[in-house]
Design a protein around this ligand. Structure first.
Ligand SMILES: Nc1nc2c(ncn2[C@@H]2O[C@H](COP(=O)(O)OP(=O)(O)OP(=O)(O)O)[C@@H](O)[C@H]2O)c(=O)[nH]1
Length: 120
């Protein structure tokens, strides 16, 4: 059987509840948009395989709950990520200001160094 992918990247979505992390992920993996906000419980993930210069790249994206009460669970995923998206809602200044807090949480568990951050 042909190998399904050559390299695997684990990425993580972080940000306040309701900023659109799940929507961003659904749009990327399934080209879908579901307008309802159903809060993520703990952590969920989706995968997509793309081809870059003939290399099959499997991207595994972990979607974390923005709600504070799940942070003990979600923090366990920070260390294993090779890339972290800090997501905010462009219509919510508060969610943008909280980006500093999310970045400092990642720093706290020692995952900051060497991990690329992509702001959207
Ligand atoms: N107008 C607009 N609304 C959006 C966009 N992306 C997401 N939303 C809305 O934002 C709400 C929350 O989206 P989710 O993706 O569920 O939010 P989340 O960040 O995953 O939330 P938690 O799972 O609670 O952390 C939904 O009601 C979406 O319809 C966008 O690009 N534009």
């Amino acid at each position: 059987m042909a190998k399904q992918y050559d390299v695997l990247f684990r990425l993580l979505l972080l940000g306040d509840s309701g900023v659109g992390k799940t929507c961003l992920l659904c749009r990327f993996t399934d080209s879908e948009f579901h307008p309802a906000h159903i809060s993520t419980i703990g952590v969920d993930f989706k995968m997509k395989t793309i081809e870059v210069d003939g290399i099959k790249v499997r991207i595994q994206i972990w979607d974390t709950a923005g709600q504070e009460r799940y942070q003990t669970i979600t923090k366990q995923y920070y260390r294993r990520a090779q890339g972290i998206f800090l997501v905010y809602d462009i219509s919510s200044e508060r969610s943008y200001q909280h980006i500093v807090k999310w970045a400092s949480d990642v720093d706290e568990v020692g995952a900051w160094r060497g991990v690329p951050f992509i702001y959207r």
